[in-house]
Design a protein around this ligand. Sequence first.
Ligand code: NOJ
Length: 525
Amino acid sequence: MSTTEWWRSAVIYQVYPRSFADTDGDGIGDVQGIRAHLGHLRDLGVDAIWMSPWYPSPMADAGYDVADFRDIDPVFGTLAQAEALIEEAHAVGIRMIVDIVPNHISSEHPWFKAALASPDAPERDYFWFRPGRGENGDEMPTNWRGEFGGTTWTRTPDGSWYLHLFTPEQPDLNWDHPDVRAEFESILRFWFDRGVDGIRIDSAALLFKDPSLPEVVEGAKHPFHDLDEVHDVYRGWRRVAEEYPDRALIGEVWMPEVERFANYLRPDELHAAFNFDFLGCAWDPRLMRECVDRTLDAHRAVGAPATWVLSNHDVTRHVTRYGRADTTFSFDNNLDGTPVDLMLGTRRARAAALLSLSLPGGTYIYQGEELGLWENENIPPASYQDPMWARRGHSRDGCRVPLPWSGDEPPFGFSTADPWLPQLPEWKDLTVEAQSGDPTSMLELYRAAIALRRAEDGLHRPAMSWLDLGPEVLAYTRGDRFACVVNMSGSPIPLPDHETSLLASGPLDGDRLPQDTAVWLRLTA
Ligand code: NOJ
């Protein structure tokens, strides 16, 4: 593993442990399953794994409700197995990133249990306990709307209310309290001491709340999004990270204003943050180009690497998104169940793979994306486990379905039991087994692209330059000899002069690039 600022250009693979591979036959993935399939990630060629939460948790929000940050949930395995995984990943050149959730903890965490036990418990100050409004205190302290929809306060038996921006099982921590800060710095050290190379920071912009609890008013300063105090916390985390060699902090920062987003990436704060602008961007050449420019400009200003993200465990799988008439994603445009052309979506997803793997910066792959999985929109609502479903009428479970590894029918080698969410029978052609060795498969496209990304000199250059091939084509060079061309127009286009075509997302039409297809070219010297 090279030691120089690896996070600036890494290909990072998100493992969602519940759905990766199950070895103990309970239908839920586990650490042993990840160890058993490490070869898949090595063959894919990824530089790092980001592990979604694997800590002890009542699973009110699929593990994003953490009861103990220093252990592994028994459903996933043991701490010793996690340590073995870190070691084995390192042995095959793969770094490990763990997910830390600082905004809230589980209501089963000892701190919250102590806080609930008595109104005088010192642990109350670790949270946002407040009296209610109204004569009897039975009105919530604010009308803030939760991140999953619904209300944000729950009343305790002693009559006070506590704040939770997500579910009631995820009480928000009070980041003004020094013990909260000290505890999280200690948790970072706990994992860095175990050799973990990076931290993904959940809901990174939400930590601080305006203690005067104003309502959310359009145009006024937001009471809990992106308060300035948060930067001081990340400066502290950066100091902790720098006590160790080559550690990276990666923020989950949903922020429409790019300047405010970039503040998190100043040289003494986080190393990188997910590009949700790109993840939500329509399959549209003008919008996509603007998004790339906006991204690169914002990151250049603070000297941070851009990131390119198409999917994750919270959003509609992009094969599905790109196959709809509306190809954007946002939590507010609930497109569940709208018509999908999966062939079109797959074709665009293949082109998007070459786009996201050749833009300058780090690229994130959500497990199953390399197999071309689409959203399972046929899960019976009774099987939904996502708490967002009840509160917002949209479930994230459709992108969290267990991976198909082998065989002709569910559970496709994922488990010996029924998977915790149902797989689609049509995925028989998308198993790792079925795709391996098939040069036309999504998996072989990802393998080839990641291998070329390592080998191509131009793809190691920090910058890119646009080539003008018309308004409906995204084309750019990296270095003198490498170009990527993505045809987003409605018809084939002629390719620019080149020596060879290195890799294409679909068959070329002679010397023309068909629509919704991308190609990597070696340019003529
Ligand atoms: C963002 C995570 O990605 C999501 O899955 C989770 O529900 C929320 N943060 C709350 O932790």
